[in-house]
Design a protein around this ligand. Sequence first.
Ligand code: PLP
Length: 406
Amino acid sequence: MDAKEVRKLFPILNQEVNGKPLVYLDSAATSQKPLPVIEALDKYYREYNSNVHRGVHTLGTKATDAYEGAREKVRKFINAKSTEEVIFTRGTTTAINTVAASYGRANLREGDEIVITYMEHHSNIIPWQQVAKHTGATLKYIPLQEDGSISLEEVEKTVTSNTKIVSVAQVSNVLGAINPIKEIAKIAHKNGAIMVVDGAQSAPHMKIDVQDLDCDFFAFSGHKMCGPTGIGVLYGKKALLEKMEPVEFGGEMIDFVGLYESTWKELPWKFEGGTPIIAGAIGLGAAIDFLEQIGLNNIAAHEHKLAQYALEQMSAIEGLTIYGPKERAGLVTFNIDGVHPHDVATVLDAEGIAVRAGHHCAQPLMKWLNVSATARASLYLYNTEEDIDKLVAALKKTKEYFGHVF
Ligand SMILES: *Cc1c(COP(=O)(O)O)cnc(C)c1O
């Protein structure tokens, strides 16, 4: 793939910020949107906006076909067995909360354990804290290796026959670590636990096969993979989803409503209460088409090369600390000695470079790293070596600037 050509399909990237050409290095927070996605949304609202699953009129049928067509695209994208296993949600957060509120609260009790890691995003921590609080179960953390990676020995030690749920990010949004989900799932299953995967940082960047991973649930967000905000996916194994109760009740998800009792629609609709995220799903379908046309393996290879280049260039800057293992996904989290990451991000912004600074929704990990915040440059298919060169030049400038101040 040619990133310079791909880039042309993202109109937002063709602008100046603070008088400099925009260098967007914050795709781990949200990705930019290519023309085919913008156009799919535009077409839906201009030509066939309608509610789904109810009307018999032509626009309603078109909207329903597009919405359910997007579900089939998602199914293929993650290699789920059937569209019954693909639930549209608002994002990763809602997807994990659904598993926690439905499966977690119904199946856990005192003495049971939930196992996560120190590198989880808040949305893969707090829902489990809540389950623990409501059921009396215990929340346990898999410790990290010195470089921020997970060792399977530690997983073996932490997961026991009391463990009912293991929930781990496939890729860390801070460390860039790529976790051995398939092997962790084996350990979970051996102990009778289910495996939940936070795929927010993996689904946009690598080929996902939920059957090969043999995970029980897999969550991801549309907006981090070139799709619109407000749409995400919860994949779940049919046998588990069938036994689970919905967490949202109302229109769209019912079969029959009596005065005091109601019954639910079959999968996946029983988990999609209310008017669904129709435009979002259609936009996500367009994003999947776009990513598949370029090829997930090509995207992964491009980002890998770029991340290694960034690591090499940034490691050469004295006084700059990089967090996370060498073998990583396309992001670099760092700090400059004596400079607060917010100041780093502010100086970079003046150069037209967008990076994230803060705790990255991973406060337990910040504690583990012994820092209050970090800066993070994250890459996607539209980034180039030139972007990295500009970042490195600006980082050197930042160091000099603050070197004079202090
Ligand atoms: C972004 C992110 C989330 C949360 O995704 P939302 O789209 O905000 O729901 C969860 N986990 C990881 C690893 C993330 O990067």
